[in-house]
Design a protein. Sequence first.
Length: 95
Amino acid sequence: MAAFEEGLRLQRDGDRKHAARLYRQALTHDPRFAPAHFNLGTLQEAGQQWDAALRSYEAAVELQPERLASRLGLGNAQRAPRSEERRVGKECRSR
């Protein structure tokens, strides 16, 4: 899967935006490819896109439940503040 391999290279080089695009491209070709869901989740987590990371990690765990790293990523994303919690928190701090 060329898009996934190129995404790995870009992620290693620090180009998260283009790596994420390539992981999504890989998933359009094979939506059941758990490593692409996991790697996309790691990029989303790094960018604090918690809701998106949660969805990516959930997909990775569903497809490959034995992979511990996916379960750990899912746990991290589950403990992160959700979008609504962050919005309410910002409103409370601005008062």
